[in-house]
Design a protein around this ligand. Structure first.
Ligand code: SAM
Length: 273
C-alpha cells in the first residue's frame, strides 16, 4: 500500500468526494456523457501515518456513476495494484475505465486534440501530485478543453523549498518554478526589497507572506481558466502548522451559467470542509 500524506489528505479527499457527489447529481438530466480523470491516480489505497489505511481518490471516484474513468499513473506497480483494487471493489458493477501508465503531462497535453470532449463530454479532473510534477502547459491544455472542472492540489511546500526566503534561488530551481507557474514573472511578485540592509550593507530580498503566495497562485490560474474559486484552502501540517498545499478549484467551461453553479458549490465545500 502507498504510504504518504497526513490529516490534509483526508480533507482533500473529503472535498473531492463532496464535489463528485454534487457533480453527478447536477449533470444527471444534462445531455452529456460524464468523465472522471485522475492524473496522479496512485494505487487505490493509502496508508496515512497515525491514521491508517483509507481508499484513495480513484477508488472513491468509482462510487459515482461516471460514463468513463481515466486513471494515469507513472508507476507500473501502482497502476497494476490500482487495477486489482478496482476489480475487487467493482465486483458486480460494469465500470468503463482505462488505466494509462505514463507521465500525465505528456498525456494531458494531448487532451485537447479530441474534439469530441467539447461536444459531448463533461467531467472532473483531479490533479493530486506529490510535489511539483504538474507542468503549467498541462493546465493550459485542460483549460482549452472547455469541458472539465478541475481540482488541483498545488504543491506549496515543495515550491517554497525552492523559493528560498532570502531570494537566493538556484538557476535549476528557477526553471522548475517557471514550469510550475508558467511564467518567469513570479519573482517580481513574490519578493520585495527588504527595508533592512544586510550585515555587509547590501539590500536583501524577502519573500511575501504565504497568504500572498496563495493569492498569486489563484491569480495565475485566473489567467487561463474562466472560473477560479477565491475560497482556495491552505492545507497545513497540524504538527508544526507549516503550509503544505493549496487546494484549488477551476472551471474550464466558459458558460457563465456553468461557472456560476460550479463555483457556488465548490466555494461552499471549500468553506465548510
Ligand atoms: C499523492 S499520490 C496520488 C494519490 C491518489 N490521488 C490517491 O488519492 O490515492 C501521487 C501519485 O502520482 C504518481 N505520479 C508522480 N508523478 C507522476 C506523473 N508525472 N504522471 C503520472 N503519475 C505520477 C505517483 O506515483 C503517485 O502514485
Amino acid at each position: 500500500m502507498q504510504s504518504f500524506g497526513g490529516p490534509w489528505t483526508l480533507l482533500k479527499l473529503n472535498v473531492l468526494d463532496k464535489y463528485l457527489n454534487f457533480y453527478v447529481t447536477a449533470m444527471q438530466r444534462k445531455p452529456f456523457r460524464l468523465c472522471y480523470f485522475d492524473a496522479f491516480a496512485g494505487s487505490g489505497n493509502i496508508d496515512i501515518k497515525d491514521i491508517g489505511p483509507i481508499p484513495g481518490s480513484a477508488l472513491k471516484a468509482i462510487d459515482y456513476p461516471f460514463d468513463k474513468y481515466f486513471f494515469i499513473e507513472k508507476s507500473e506497480d501502482y497502476a497494476h495494484r490500482l487495477d486489482q483494487n478496482i476489480i475487487v471493489k467493482s465486483k458486480n458493477k460494469n465500470i468503463n475505465y482505462e488505466i494509462i501508465i505514463g507521465d500525465c503531462n505528456e498525456l494531458l497535453q494531448k487532451i485537447n486534440s479530441f474534439q469530441w470532449y467539447k461536444n459531448y463530454w463533461r467531467g472532473v479532473i483531479f490533479l493530486d501530485p506529490y510535489a511539483m510534477e504538474l507542468k503549467w502547459d498541462s493546465l493550459e491544455s485542460i483549460a482549452k478543453t472547455e469541458a472539465f472542472d478541475v481540482w488541483y492540489l498545488f504543491p506549496l511546500s515543495a515550491m517554497n523549498r525552492l523559493m528560498r526566503r532570502d531570494g537566493n534561488i538556484e538557476e535549476s530551481h528557477r526553471a522548475i518554478i517557471n514550469d510550475l507557474l508558467g511564467t518567469i514573472d513570479w519573482e517580481e511578485e513574490i519578493y520585495y526589497e527588504s527595508p533592512q540592509l544586510s550585515l555587509f550593507g547590501e539590500q536583501d530580498r524577502e519573500r511575501v507572506h504565504v497568504t500572498e503566495i496563495e493569492k498569486y497562485v489563484i491569480k495565475r490560474l485566473k489567467t487561463i481558466f474562466p472560473g477560479v474559486s477565491d475560497k482556495s484552502k491552505l492545507l497545513r501540517n497540524p504538527v508544526n502548522n507549516s503550509p503544505m498545499f493549496i487546494l484549488c478549484f477551476a472551471v474550464s467551461n466558459p458558460s457563465p451559467k456553468a461557472i456560476k453553479i460550479s463555483l457556488k458549490i465548490a466555494d461552499h465545500i471549500l468553506t465548510h470542509t
